[in-house]
Structures are given as structure tokens and as C-alpha cells.
Design a binder for this molecule. Structure first.
Ligand SMILES: Cc1cc2nc3c(=O)[nH]c(=O)nc-3n(C[C@H](O)[C@H](O)[C@H](O)COP(=O)(O)OP(=O)(O)OC[C@H]3O[C@@H](n4cnc5c(N)ncnc54)[C@H](O)[C@@H]3O)c2cc1C
Length: 336
């Protein structure tokens, strides 16, 4: 029996996971390469899954054994703690896209496995003469991660094209239609905090409704969005926007107005190009990023009385801190 914290992984379970993983089961594997920040400690166990049937089998045996797991897509909206993740991390690389045969109808429903890259899906849809995803051409990460966070940009979002998802939940596959998803600004029912003991629902695949691009505008819009990003966003290692925009304002504007653009803690810096992008300049730790987030949260609260809420998710073991600063917390944030 392999014990990780309070978790037990019987040898028979580990053997089967080994066969279901693309290149075998890894022990104490660093998660940094699987995140866009390139930051994060080890997972007790890590496997990469690239076939849908292997993912379903993996989830079924984990359900039976009640072993804890976490599934990641592109790792582009998370900060993994330096202590890492206890239990199993599954990297989802199930990437098939099922394009329908008849491209002459006005509306097309496309089924996509959840590990497909959103930007790749969007770009191919445009090449195929379809409209609806031009906003997504440069958003990193997978379709599954995009549904969880209702990813969006340039006035579009997942909710505007989503039809239904196939979701692994409580040991079986369920079909969740649009109205079951509770989509809101960068939110869905899947982004809520599921109890640590519970195995969270996993999106296996989803169906999106796209339109025929009668006027040929999708490629033009996509090119405009790509150019806008190149002008306004850094290309360093980051997780995109770290804070949600508060109502009627922008987190980046507030952080810049607080005088924090370019500020660094260790090798984590607030980007000179976009103040809501925190970048890893090489060897930044998760603790550095958290400390920088706390500095921004504290200063924006002190100067403007706006409390910035994280957009990224904190993954793994944060029991030894650092913790997210909250107003009223006596611990002073070092703003020097
Ligand atoms: C440079 C840059 C620019 C960005 N720009 C934008 C932008 O314009 N708009 C925007 O919305 N976001 C943006 N982001 C953030 C990020 O790209 C999106 O949030 C993306 O949709 C996350 O997908 P992912 O696969 O990387 O998710 P991950 O980071 O891997 O996971 C995020 C969460 O979803 C869960 N999850 C992932 N897949 C599944 C699944 N199949 N089933 C259930 N749970 C799952 C994970 O457990 C985790 O809790 C940007 C990020 C970067 C680095």
C-alpha cells in the first residue's frame, strides 16, 4: 500500500493506472512543466491520458477506490503550491474533435473532447468557415478548463456557444445542458469549491453550436484579436489575469494606479505591459506569486477600498502558507 498523507493507493490500483497513462505513472513528478506559470511542487502521482476510453476507465477505478485526484488541462489558470499536490494528478490530453459531415447548414453542432486546445479548436473552426469562436483564438488551455472558468475575451465567452457537456459525476456519465452550468463572468458550477473529500465532476466532452460564417468575418476578427493581444499582453510565463475585474472597473487599472506596475518579489513580477499579468521571470516560486498578489490586494484595498478577488485557482497543499491576505488580517503586507 502506498500512503500519501491520509491517502492510500493499493498496488493493484497503481498498476492499472500505469497501463492507462500515455507514458506510465510518474511518482513525485514536478507539476511546473504542466502549468503556464512554470511553477509548482510535485504531485504524489502523475499520469497523462490521451484516449477518452482511458480517461473514463481511470475515473471509474478512482471512483471505486475513493482515491483523491485532480484533473488539469493546460494548467493556464492555476497556481500550484510549492508543496505540490497530494494524491493523483491527471493531465488531460484527450483532444479529438468530431466535425459534422454536413457543412451546408446554417448551424453546426461540434463535439469536442475536453482536452482539446481551445485556441486550436477555434482556429480550425475558422478555417472550416464557421463563426462563433474568433474571440478564443489566443486563449491558452483546454476546452474543459475553458468551460470550468467560462473563459472569454473580446466580448465573447464559452457560455455563448456552449450547448451541453458530458460530465463524469458520482461514478457515471451525465449530460449537463446549458442551464445546469450556472455560467456567469468567469464562473460556472464547476468552479465552485467542491468539498476536499469529494471527487469533483469532470468534463469529458462538450458540444458547441457554431454558425456558418456567411460574411467571412471570423478570420478578420481573429486577426484583430491576435494583434490586440500582441500589443497589450506580455509573452512571459504567466497565468493570464490573476484577479477578476471588479464591477465597472479593471483589476489591471487599479494595480497600475496603486503604483505597482513592474514591482517584483523574488523572480515574480507585475508585468510592465499589463498590471493584471504577474510573470515568472525564471525561478519564481508559488510563494513569490502569492506574496505579490497579497501586495496588490493590500495596496488596492488601502488606496481605493476595492477588494480584488483572485481569478486563478490555488491548487495543492497550502497548509504552510502563504495565505491570501484579507482586510482585518493584522499581518502587515510588506509594501516597501
Ligand atoms: C497568456 C494567457 C492569457 C490568457 N487570457 C485569457 C483570456 O483572455 N480569457 C480567459 O478567460 N482566460 C484567459 N487565460 C486563462 C486560461 O487560459 C483560461 O482560464 C483557460 O480556459 C484555462 O484552461 P486550462 O485547460 O489551462 O485549465 P487548467 O488551468 O488546467 O484548470 C483550471 C481549473 O479547471 C479544472 N479543470 C480543467 N479541465 C477540467 C475538466 N475537463 N473537467 C473538470 N475540471 C477541469 C482544473 O482542475 C482547475 O481547477 C489566459 C491565460 C494565459 C496564460
Amino acid at each position: 500500500m502506498q500512503r500519501t498523507g491520509t491517502t492510500q493507493f493499493p498496488p493493484s490500483l497503481l498498476e492499472e493506472l500505469d497501463t492507462l497513462s500515455r507514458d506510465g505513472l510518474h511518482r513525485r513528478a514536478s507539476l511546473a512543466p504542466f502549468t503556464s506559470f512554470r511553477i509548482g511542487g510535485p504531485a504524489d502521482f502523475l499520469m497523462i491520458v490521451h484516449r477518452q476510453e482511458d480517461l473514463q476507465r481511470t475515473l471509474a477505478i478512482l471512483h471505486q477506490s475513493r482515491a483523491p485526484y485532480l484533473l488539469l488541462g493546460g494548467g493556464s489558470n492555476i497556481l500550484v503550491s510549492d508543496a505540490g499536490v497530494r494524491g493523483l494528478v491527471i493531465i488531460n490530453q484527450c483532444r479529438r474533435i468530431y466535425w459534422p459531415e454536413n457543412v451546408h447548414t446554417e448551424v453546426l453542432d461540434v463535439r469536442v473532447e475536453s482536452g482539446a486546445l481551445l485556441a486550436g479548436f477555434a482556429r480550425e473552426s475558422i478555417q472550416r468557415g464557421l463563426a462563433g469562436l474568433s474571440w478564443a483564438v489566443s486563449i491558452p488551455g483546454t476546452v474543459g478548463g475553458a468551460i470550468v472558468g467560462n473563459a472569454g475575451a473580446h466580448g465573447g465567452d464559452i457560455a455563448s456557444v456552449f450547448l451541453e457537456a458530458e460530465v463524469w459525476h458520482r461514478g457515471r456519465i451525465e449530460h449537463w445542458p446549458h442551464n445546469a452550468m450556472s455560467f456567469a463572468y468567469r464562473q460556472s458550477i464547476l468552479k465552485q469549491n467542491w468539498p476536499p473529500s469529494a471527487q469533483p465532476p469532470i468534463i469529458l466532452a462538450a458540444v458547441f453550436r457554431l454558425q456558418r460564417d456567411v460574411e467571412g468575418q471570423a478570420a478578420v476578427e481573429a486577426a484583430r484579436h491576435i494583434a490586440h493581444r500582441r500589443r497589450t499582453q506580455p509573452t512571459d510565463k504567466s497565468a493570464g489575469s490573476v484577479f477578476r475585474n471588479p464591477p465597472n472597473d479593471y483589476a489591471g487599472r487599479l494595480i497600475e494606479a496603486a503604483g505597482l506596475k513592474g514591482r517584483c518579489i523574488g523572480q515574480a513580477c507585475i508585468s510592465e505591459k499589463h498590471a493584471n499579468f504577474f510573470v515568472n521571470q525564471g525561478q519564481a516560486t508559488a510563494a513569490d506569486i502569492m506574496a505579490l498578489m497579497n501586495l496588490a490586494r493590500y495596496e488596492v484595498w488601502r488606496q481605493f477600498h476595492v477588494l480584488l478577488e483572485p481569478e486563478i485557482r490555488f491548487i495543492g497543499d497550502w497548509s504552510n502558507g502563504p495565505h491570501l491576505w484579507t482586510p482585518g488580517n493584522q499581518e502587515r503586507v510588506d509594501a516597501s
